[in-house]
Design a protein around this ligand. Structure first.
Ligand SMILES: Cc1cc2nc3c(=O)[nH]c(=O)nc-3n(C[C@H](O)[C@H](O)[C@H](O)COP(=O)(O)O)c2cc1C
Length: 192
């Protein structure tokens, strides 16, 4: 949890599918609303398909970057995030996670399972990113995903080609996010 960071640059080196399946195995154990387990993982390893996904994603991204509010544009620039998504073709595989929209709490449950996958990948030494195109309908088309499932994220997985220290993208201190009994009553004002 402490060491995981979003990786946007990947080595070409492939991860054996067996090891990616071990990562996905973690997702199965996530809690879900009414235990509906509304997630589906579409594992993309085919290079041509990865290229098609990148092409479509970059079309969506161009539009998103154009329309982004000023503050977001600045943050994206500072992070070096452009409409170009090299990681979609560079990473060993792409994990498209889709949620079954007819299940209760499908979105919340699907995201918890994504978090399990991210942490398992980290523990196996792989880099990942939660890439969320603003419109994911192109994935339904390209990957033949039923309309009852909504793709929510593309998680590239691979060996990191950038070194990110735990200090990169720091976290808020605990005392600024914890409120005791009532919002605004801070931890450091109370003896727990
Ligand atoms: C719901 C969600 C959506 C995200 N979408 C994107 C995205 O579309 N593109 C991207 O480059 N990073 C995306 N991120 C990654 C965040 O920018 C990143 O997690 C955050 O800046 C903290 O950095 P870290 O993951 O390295 O700790 C997303 C993260 C989350 C949780």
């Amino acid at each position: 949890m402490r060491n995981r960071r979003s990786v946007r640059k990947y080595k070409k080196q492939l991860i054996p599918v067996k090891e990616v399946l071990q990562v996905l195995e973690a997702g199965r154990f996530a809690p879900s609303g009414a235990n509906q387990q509304p997630w589906a993982y579409i594992l993309v390893t085919d290079n041509e398909l990865k290229q098609e996904i990148r092409k479509e994603a970059e079309i969506v991204e161009k539009d998103f970057h154009c329309k982004a509010p000023k503050t977001l544009k600045k943050w994206l620039e500072k992070q070096g995030i452009t409409h170009q998504k090299e990681f979609l073709t560079e990473a060993s595989a792409l994990i498209v996670v889709a949620g079954y929209i007819k299940a209760p709490y499908w979105l919340e449950s699907t995201w918890i399972s994504i978090a399990y996958v991210l942490l398992q990948a980290e523990s196996q030494g792989f880099g990942t990113l939660t890439y969320t195109p603003s419109d994911t309908r192109f994935l339904n088309k390209l990957l033949k995903i039923s309309k009852d499932y909504q793709p929510v994220v593309i998680v590239p997985i691979g060996y990191p080609a950038e070194k990110l220290s735990p200090e990169t993208r720091p976290r808020k201190p605990l005392e600024t996010i914890v409120h005791i009994n009532r919002y605004g009553s801070r931890l450091f004002e109370t003896s727990v």
